[in-house]
Ligand binder design. Structure first.
Ligand code: ADP
Ligand code: ZN
Ligand code: MG
Length: 479
């Protein structure tokens, strides 16, 4: 039997850090990248005798996420202790939610090659993040940084509805864009604020029971997730084909070797000895509270996409690319306010900007220039100050050393020559140096004009305004 005889089953647990100002049970800040252990207090350091108090914003953000993903919102819910020891978890338990999560039974719709597909969400619950271990390779030590301890998370658990790595990527991108649009998380994958545990199993086609799953934890790059799934599926099929059994275990994906390694046997829920946290009160939400959040939910990617079709005349495909990320979409709308040229802005985003993002594996939120600068670049092209060819070089420069496009072309001397006198000088020089081409043109060879324009471009190192060159050559040649 071969890979084609197996079906791939995947379910994801996505952890997303909420962008509240303060942590979930104390008032320490949640900002990323501070000096180790400076953003801590006795509560988030897990000192005995301290009392956690639930941050109301965390509930609000989680309910927002639930409503945006078609979940039912629980009127009654609570926090539970999940007991396990880990060096970056000083309390030796994590406050999470067990049997009464805030949100349940939702779905996210994705596009697949066979049309739209609903990926069901089992639940969304709130919990606290753990600290971080920094491994010092030289000293051979591990140091604990508790700045992240107590940063609020939502965990979004999907049903095992995904059937390929392509579906996984499309689901994750959709989910990420929804969370960005409703502004509950910045979803910066490199900083770990959007990361997934990937559960994979395989079964023979036609089989109705699921196979045993393995789980790869904390994956935060689309490319690694795809590679890890492909590797793990092949590995599981090999084991089964050799007559072996899959062990339920937690694996670690190693990006360098391109392999998965066993970390530990997978725990079951009973291993955690969940119980309601006696320090926290039950969470009771009124219909009015939920309605109010629903009413104020911002525009979601799907509806923005529809709007772009009519408002800006974009094609379905282009509108989808732009609205796939809130940051791209905001860049688009704000740059239009500056240059009033929607077609040009969408072209730049879809072609050059997307290409650079892909090549550098950059997330749109990391684009270093702003909508004002993009709008100005387009104005410079529209005014004829620079050619679109030069503009591409300016854009690359804007990614590398972001500043105003005017400053870049000034510094680099990239201003397009549109001065009539200067253009005429070049034209005359080129005509004089190429009598054969002049004769060819007069003899009816249209192509000779292209050659002459090319020579003039070469002489000005691409800076002459091409329309003006063309026109002036024609005038002189037809004299
Ligand atoms: P845990 O936290 O112990 O991993 P959860 O129930 O929170 O358990 O998450 C289980 C995840 O694994 C869900 O996303 C679910 O869809 C997925 N899953 C469960 N069974 C399978 C399976 N046989 N194959 C693939 N994924 C599975
Ligand atoms: Zn604290
Ligand atoms: Mg899990």
């Amino acid at each position: 039997m071969s890979r084609e005889d197996y079906e791939i089953i995947i379910g994801l647990e996505v952890h997303s850090e909420l962008s509240t100002k303060t942590k979930i049970f104390c008032s320490c800040p949640t900002t990323f990248g501070g000096s180790p252990n400076k953003q801590t207090c006795p509560i988030c350091m897990g000192m005995p005798g301290t009392l956690p108090v639930l941050n109301e914003k965390v509930v609000e953000y989680a309910v927002k996420a639930g409503l945006a993903t078609n979940c039912e919102i629980s009127r009654n819910s609570k926090n539970d202790r999940k007991n396990y020891f880990y060096p970056d978890l000083p309390k030796a338990y994590q406050i999470s939610q067990f049997d009464e999560p805030l949100c349940e039974h939702g779905y996210v719709e994705i596009d697949t090659e066979n049309g739209k597909k609903k990926i069901r969400l089992t639940r969304i619950h709130i919990e606290e993040d753990a600290g971080k271990l920094n491994h010092d390779e030289f000293a051979g030590d591990s140091l604990v940084d508790l700045n992240r301890a107590g940063v609020p998370l939502i965990e979004i658990v999907s049903e095992p509805d995904l059937r390929s790595s392509e579906e996984v990527e499309s689901y994750l991108r959709k989910l990420k864009s929804i969370l960005e649009y409703i502004e509950v998380s910045d979803c910066k994958m490199q900083e770990g604020s959007f990361r997934a545990d990937v559960n994979v199993s395989v079964r023979k086609k036609g089989e109705t029971k699921f196979g045993t799953r393995t789980e790869m934890k904390n994956m935060n790059s689309f490319r690694s997730i795809t590679r890890a799934i492909e590797y793990e599926v092949d590995r599981q099929i090999d084991v089964l084909e050799d007559g072996g059994e899959i062990e339920q275990e937690t694996l670690r994906w190693d990006d360098v070797s391109g392999k998965t390694f066993s970390m530990r046997d997978k725990e079951d829920a009973q291993d955690y000895r969940y119980f309601p946290d006696p320090d926290l009160v039950a969470i009771k939400l009124s219909d009015e509270y939920i309605e109010n959040i629903k009413k104020n939910l911002p525009e979601l990617p799907e509806s923005r996409k529809e709007r772009y079709l009519t408002q800006y005349n974009l094609s379905e495909k282009d509108a989808k690319i732009i609205t796939s990320s809130k940051y791209l979409s905001d860049l688009f709308e704000n740059a239009i306010k500056v240059c009033n040229n929607p077609k040009a802005v969408s072209n730049w985003i879809i072609s050059d900007i997307s290409r650079i993002l892909n090549e550098t594996e950059m997330d749109p939120i990391e684009i270093p220039f702003d909508s004002n600068q993009l709008g100005k670049l387009i104005i410079l092209i529209d005014k004829g100050t620079i050619s679109s060819k030069l503009a591409k070089k300016v854009l690359v420069e804007m990614f590398e050393h972001p500043r105003d496009p005017e400053d870049i072309i000034d510094e680099k001397g990239w201003v397009q020559i549109s001065d009539e006198g200067a253009i005429k000088d070049v034209v005359m020089r080129v005509l004089e140096a190429n009598p054969q081409s002049v004769a060819d043109f007069k003899g009816g060879k249209q192509k000779a004009l292209g050659f002459l324009v090319g020579q003039a471009m070469k002489e000005t190192r691409g800076k002459a305004n091409p329309q003006m060159l063309n026109q002036m050559f024609l005038e002189e040649l037809n004299k």
